[in-house]
Design a protein around this ligand. Structure first.
Ligand SMILES: NC(=O)c1ccc[n+]([C@@H]2O[C@H](COP(=O)([O-])OP(=O)(O)OC[C@H]3O[C@@H](n4cnc5c(N)ncnc54)[C@H](O)[C@@H]3O)[C@@H](O)[C@H]2O)c1
Length: 246
């Protein structure tokens, strides 16, 4: 019960890694605010956990909505912010227009900035921490994923920069970089257009069973959010079955 008495705001909690993280933190005693734009998915998440969890609806493309989410979640204090909501959109770069690029930046990066900025005063009060969901695409060049990779590199830069700025005020900020995780995001059919699959798959997982489950990633988020990681800040942890190992 590492999170007894703690309040955690988890975005992306209607599906995949966000849902697994919300369930994991609640099962270890956290009071969880499970946030997403998908009300139906949130309802399903709540049916899976008997712990202290409530749903909150917000839209990551709307910064007022992000601020309101944090204000409500932190009404009685906030200890943990897990920024997990995200969008994957990819395809050959020459067919990838600016609107698609900007949507990825808005959802995967600008909203994370907005949520961190709103949450930091509350986290400073309680010595809290933030776990951001980056990606292996946040630390290596990823073909056909120009907007997604740019947004996740942005999450990495934001994580390290906030960690340095807020360390002296007792707030830790870390990021997880998953590789291929089996979630609805990765089950969608590939985009149209010509894709060099050998180039795409050059960093396949090295472990025999290297594709991760959402729970594999939630395990790392829970560690980073817990006091066990009290000396860890500004760090990136891959959970990728060895994709980036070489
Ligand atoms: N699945 C993977 O292989 C993988 C790998 C690396 C990183 N990630 C990252 O992990 C995070 C979770 O991904 P997942 O695989 O669980 O995907 P998912 O599609 O299962 O879940 C993403 C969640 O984000 C929510 N979301 C999307 N746009 C939103 C918006 N505008 N406002 C509010 N919520 C919104 C969705 O409703 C959904 O519940 C994402 O940030 C993703 O980039 C995933």
């Amino acid at each position: 019960m590492r999170f007894s008495g703690r309040t955690a705001l988890v975005t992306g909690a209607a599906s995949g890694i966000g849902r697994a993280t919300a369930l994991r933190l609640a099962s270890e005693g956290a009071r969880v605010i499970a946030a997403d734009r998908d009300a139906e998915g949130l309802r399903e998440t709540l049916t899976l956990e008997a712990g202290d969890m409530r749903a909150a609806h917000y839209d990551a493309t709307d910064l007022d909505s992000c601020r309101a989410l944090v204000a409500n979640a932190a009404a009685d204090g906030l200890d943990i912010l897990c920024n997990i909501a995200g969008l994957l959109d990819w395809g050959p770069t020459l067919d990838f227009d600016e609107a698609r690029f900007e949507r990825l930046i808005a959802i995967n990066l600008t909203s994370v900035f907005g949520l961190c900025r709103a949450a930091l005063p509350h986290l400073i009060e309680r010595g809290g921490n933030i776990v951001n969901m980056a990606s292996t695409a946040g630390v290596q060049g990823t073909p056909y994923s120009i907007g997604y990779a740019a947004s996740k590199h942005g999450v990495v830069g934001l994580t390290k920069s906030l960690a340095v700025e807020f360390a002296a005020r007792g707030v830790r900020i870390n990021a997880v970089c998953p590789g291929h995780v089996d979630t609805p995001m990765t089950r969608r059919p590939p985009p149209e257009g010509e894709v060099d699959w050998a180039l795409m798959m050059r960093n396949a997982p090295k472990l025999a069973d290297g594709i991760c489950t959402p729970e594999d990633v939630a395990e790392m988020v829970a560690f980073l959010a817990s006091d066990q990681a009290r000396k860890v800040t500004g760090a990136l942890f891959t959970v990728d079955g060895g994709q980036l190992a070489g």
